[in-house]
Write a new protein. Structure first.
Length: 359
């Protein structure tokens, strides 16, 4: 048993280090704000067929309210995604399954046990429930969760509930053997460098860096960050709410970034690098329309839903919280970026396969 567990963990590490697109999975609801199982399944099928190498479920994009006692959708939603992947994907093509885990230690351990029981590979561990404790308390929390299920560390930007995590914290986290990746999403280059530097100093080469910096996706993927004598440190992929839409394009973009960085490592100039940086700026502009930073990201989930609604994957923008809607002016911004950057979308791909996903 231990051998098979170790083999599975090695496979997860290999997939994350090779670099994969991991969409943060939204929640499909009916107009009465009940789980729309048919469209929830269709979303999972879409991500699999688009080439996503991982799925993150039970995270912010899935809406944290699924955990509330009046809703109780965490287990059904995690289970539905796991079952859909098992039935839809060939054995060798199964994406890495990551469950969002949050709350104080007792809650986080219960959620980790649930994810493990549903055959998830790792937990994306939020530390938002610990806004003021010291590194020792945080790291003990991480160790206890990692004893249950492999962990993806998470640097969440303070603007949406995260906290400052210094380089010493990340260096301590990297001493935990069952950490498989870190999602870096502080939206701050100094803090991004804290994580990268800690990884370089740790000497570990079995922990993947995943960009979550929606304002710097392509920059993260192309940049050779300062490393050690063994060479620079690179982001291999990403775990993003932005990649919950236009996922086929995100997969193509990641492949192009990998090709460009390979050329750089081989001492060749990449002709595509400047074009990719230009696309990165376009993607940031589009992300601003969808994620609504002008209103402290209040409309980010409805913004994602609006794209999926227009494509036919969702029936509406409904969220569990009836007050969660697009911000003033956000619809106009979405219209603007869709008109300006049609090449970012995967509308034709979705149109071709939608009926089959909804069957």
């Amino acid at each position: 048993m231990a051998g098979s567990e170790n083999g599975r963990l090695a496979g997860v590490r290999r997939a994350l280090l090779d670099g994969v697109v991991i969409p943060a999975h939204p929640l499909a609801l009916t107009e009465s704000r009940q789980l729309d199982e048919r469209r929830q399944v269709a979303l999972t099928r879409y991500y699999c067929d688009a080439g996503a190498g991982g799925l993150a479920i039970g995270v912010h994009t899935t809406q944290f309210e699924i955990r509330e006692s009046s809703v109780q959708l965490l287990k059904p939603v995690l289970g539905l995604a796991a079952n859909t992947v098992a039935k839809w994907c060939a054995q060798g093509e199964r994406p890495v399954m990551i469950a969002g885990v949050c709350g104080p230690t007792s809650q986080a351990l219960a959620e980790a046990e649930l994810a493990l029981s549903l055959d998830y590979d790792a937990a994306l561990l939020s530390l938002a429930a610990f806004p003021h404790v010291d590194n020792g308390v945080l790291l003990e929390h991480c160790r206890r969760v990692a004893a249950v299920i492999p962990v993806v560390g998470f640097y969440l930007q303070p603007a949406v509930g995260g906290r400052i995590l210094d380089r010493d914290f990340w260096r301590g986290l990297l001493d935990i053997e069952r950490v498989v990746a870190i999602k870096v999403a502080p939206f701050d280059r100094y803090r991004t460098l804290d994580v990268v530097t800690a990884l370089a100093q740790s000497g570990r080469r079995d922990v993947a860096l995943l960009t979550g910096n929606d304002d710097a996706i392509v920059t993260d993927l192309l940049t050779p960050f300062p490393g050690t004598d063994h060479g620079p440190v690179h982001f291999s992929g990403g775990l993003l709410g932005q990649w919950a839409v236009w996922t086929k394009g995100a997969v193509d973009l990641l492949h192009r970034c990998h090709a460009a960085t390979r050329q750089t490592r081989q001492g060749e100039g990449s002709r595509d690098a400047l074009r990719l940086l230009a696309i990165g700026a376009q993607l940031t502009d589009a992300n601003a329309a969808l994620f609504d930073p002008g209103h402290q990201f209040a409309g980010c989930i409805p913004g994602i839903h609006e794209i999926l609604r227009r494509q036919g994957l969702l029936a509406g923008r409904w969220c569990l919280n009836p007050k969660e809607e697009l911000s003033p002016g956000q619809m106009n911004e979405i219209d603007r970026v869709l008109a300006l950057y049609p090449h970012l979308s995967d509308d034709e791909f979705v149109k071709e396969h939608l009926d089959r996903w909804l069957t």
